[in-house]
Design a protein around this ligand. Structure first.
Ligand SMILES: [Mn+2]
Length: 322
């Protein structure tokens, strides 16, 4: 039996089903989660619950079923499900407070596209070369001849568009573009979804991002660009967690830049790092910090205050650039 058939069998058998998204949710984890929820509800007439563990970015509020997603914390994570499906969750720490829900489920599915995913589920549908979990779902629906509704198409298109940087990263393949075309035929609007995702910033977010970009420093003949976000920066602009989104990609737009990085002070005094690269494999660089992700897009948390983390990371990046 194919993995896709196996998934469908478990959906048919289960009564209580939930879908888990990753901490600091993005367009792929949320788009995939609501698309899968819609798929199960439309085709199997079963109620599906979608869980998130951090504040939902408002930018994705246009997604169908956004309002039905539920916040999970240590206070309400003891429920037992027949089937729990993880979408876009590269490693178990990314479940955050939803970990007990996933662990206690009678059957656990792991659908992901991170090369670093170790296959923590009972059924693992992990394709490291696919641009987004949304595309893995499209392939499953196509393989088994399930129709895609307009709402599903909007969610799946959002997933693929956001994880390919609006179809411009190296993960944009003919397969991904063909799937996107199918989703447009099913009712997703490329211009509409682009504008909702990328041209809907509050003014203070744009001002915050300009400020953080202004702080950027360049090293190794401008091959490395780095910037940092302190609690002070966050407070000054009344910023929410999603305000940093997209900054690290802008830092990579300089012709000379090979690797860009943004460091952010966390609530517990550690440092969250996001990295982007043009040609250098980031995964060995962040290995020591316990990070994960993709070859040209990765992240980690360095358990040090931001000024120390900055110097440690710069040293690693300098060595990698040579
Ligand atoms: Mn993803």
């Amino acid at each position: 039996m194919s993995e896709a058939n196996n998934l469908i069998e478990h959906i048919k058998q289960a009564e209580k089903i939930c879908i888990c998204t990753h901490v600091n949710p993005d367009g792929d984890t949320l788009g995939s989660a609501v698309a899968l929820k819609l798929f199960i509800e439309e085709h199997f007439e079963k109620k599906v619950r979608v869980f998130h563990t951090s504040t939902l970015p408002k930018v994705y509020s246009f997604l169908p079923k956004y309002d039905e997603t539920e916040f999970v914390s240590a206070d309400n994570n003891k429920e037992i499900f027949d089937l729990a499906i993880a979408v876009d969750i590269a490693s178990v720490d990314r479940f955050a407070e939803a970990m007990p829900i996933y662990n206690n489920a009678k059957f656990r599915v792991n659908i992901d596209h991170h090369k670093t995913n170790k296959g923590y589920g009972d059924l693992n549908i992990v394709e490291g070369d696919v641009c987004a979990v949304g595309l893995i779902l499209c392939k499953i629906f196509n393989e088994l001849n399930y129709s895609v509704s307009k709402d599903m198409a909007i969610a799946l298109y959002t997933s693929i568009m956001t994880d390919t940087g609006a179809f411009k990263y190296e993960n944009t393949t003919p397969e991904c573009l063909r799937a996107a075309a199918q989703l447009v035929e099913a009712g997703a609007s490329p211009n509409g979804i682009y504008r909702l995702c990328y041209e809907s910033k509050p003014v203070n977010m744009l001002k915050f991002q300009t400020h953080i970009l202004n702080k950027a420093k360049f090293y190794c003949s401008d091959k490395i660009s780095m910037t940092s976000v302190t609690k002070e920066d966050m407070d000054k602009f009344n910023a929410t967690d999603d305000f940093t989104e997209g900054i690290v990609e802008v830092l990579r737009t300089a012709k000379s830049v090979e690797i860009s990085a943004i460091l952010k002070e966390t609530k517990d005094g550690f440092t969250k790092v996001s990295l982007r690269s043009k040609t250098v494999n980031l995964l060995p660089i962040i290995e020591d910090f316990g990070g994960g992700g993709h070859i040209f897009s990765a992240g980690c948390t360095i358990k040090k205050p931001i000024s120390i983390a900055y110097d440690k990371l710069l040293e690693k990046l300098t060595n990698a650039i040579g």
